[in-house]
Ligand binder design. Structure first.
Ligand code: DAH
Length: 337
């Protein structure tokens, strides 16, 4: 054993002199100073040494290891690779809070409205945001010189051959009529675009839900009943509503549905412009020309249609007074819902 220790010492001496690079430095450590290195190997052999030899062998081995460690330490500055720095874990640091996302308040309202209509037996359809002039205007009985066709009101797509960003969800009515056979009972939610100045009450992009019911002998009374049923579920049994005659090219007769102002209870305030009422939907009996555009026989069928604005409802529900707050992506606003 003592002989083996001597031999190893010679080998170590030899290798120490050879160390001339970081790689050789590492190799030396791997050969002699790790758990499976040659010095440890001899330590492991101690089991075979007789008891009276043990103290001497142990001492020599320890000396050898100390020698190898000291020698390699001397070479450390020259050849050791810089150790990668692992920062210590500081358990006293405050934890990182994780923020949960949530559904946008406008989409929450939209979902709620869709759900009520679905429970009433309406199906849901969607149409493209980029429309053509035919579906957005002509098929809906807009006159050729209607002001809505003006560039001031509508975003047309440059060199788009009459393509535009739809200004309402009504064009989806035409697509539904063409693709389904009556009876049709359908709602069509979606985003719409208007070339409007942005302010606290209006945006250039917002959401609507369109509704369409076509069957034999559909009446204005059914339109009123449907919208009242929906509105009571959506706004509460105690809300007051009124239908007011209006005009839309695609319905005849046309009306608007008003709700008594949430905020002032009908007395008149800034939000309802001192009217006591807020407009929540446009509606009417589908114009025969529109049924014709949708390839439905207007002698046989009649129908009603309606369109709700979503952001207006979201404003009333949340108590937010400036519509722009919905789309500024300010977490302090959005995380409240
Ligand atoms: N499209 C109309 C608008 O954007 C809303 C509307 C009114 C839709 C009457 C309808 C309707 O379906 O019958 O102002």
């Amino acid at each position: 054993m003592i002989n083996e220790i001597k031999k190893l010492r010679e080998e170590i001496d030899f290798h120490l002199k050879e160390i001339a690079s970081a790689d050789l430095f590492e190799q030396f450590k791997l050969s002699y100073l790790v758990k499976k290195g040659k010095i440890q190997e001899l330590f492991d052999k101690m089991k075979t040494v007789t008891p009276d030899e043990k103290p001497l062998v142990g001492k020599e081995l320890n000396l050898l290891r100390k020698f190898a460690e000291e020698e390699i330490n001397k070479l450390k500055d020259k050849f050791a690779k810089p150790e990668t720095h692992v920062p210590e874990l500081d358990l006293t640091l405050p934890g990182r809070k994780s923020y949960h996302g949530s559904y946008h308040p406008v989409l929450q309202i939209l979902d709620e409205m869709v759900e009520i209509f679905v429970l009433m037996g309406f199906s849901v359809a969607e149409g493209p945001d980029i429309e053509d002039g035919f579906h957005n205007f002509d098929a809906l009985n807009f006159a050729a010189d209607h002001p809505a066709r003006d560039m001031q009101d509508t975003f047309f797509i440059k060199n788009g051959n009459n393509l535009l960003l739809r200004t309402h969800t009504s064009p989806v009515q035409i697509r539904v009529m063409k693709s389904q056979k009556p009876p049709i009972r359908c709602i069509m939610p979606g985003r719409v675009y208007r070339n409007e100045a942005i302010n606290a009450r209006s945006l250039a992009e917002f959401h609507q839900i369109e509704g369409l019911y076509i069957d034999k002998n559909v009446s204005f009374a059914q339109l009123k009943g449907t919208l009242m049923e929906f509105s009571r579920k959506m706004y509460g049994e105690n809300s007051k509503f009124r239908f007011r005659p209006s005009y839309f090219p695609f319905t005849e007769p046309s009306a608007e549905l008003d709700i008594s102002c949430f905020l002032c209870g009908g007395k008149g305030c800034r939000i309802c412009k001192h009217q006591g009422w807020l407009e929540i939907a446009g509606c009417g009996m589908v114009h025969p020309n529109v049924l014709h555009s949708g390839e439905i026989n207007h002698e046989e069928y009649s129908g009603f249609a309606f369109g709700f604005g979503i952001e207006r409802v979201a404003l009333l529900r949340t108590g937010i007074e400036d519509i722009r707050l919905f789309y500024e992506n300010d977490k302090r606003v959005l995380e409240q819902f």
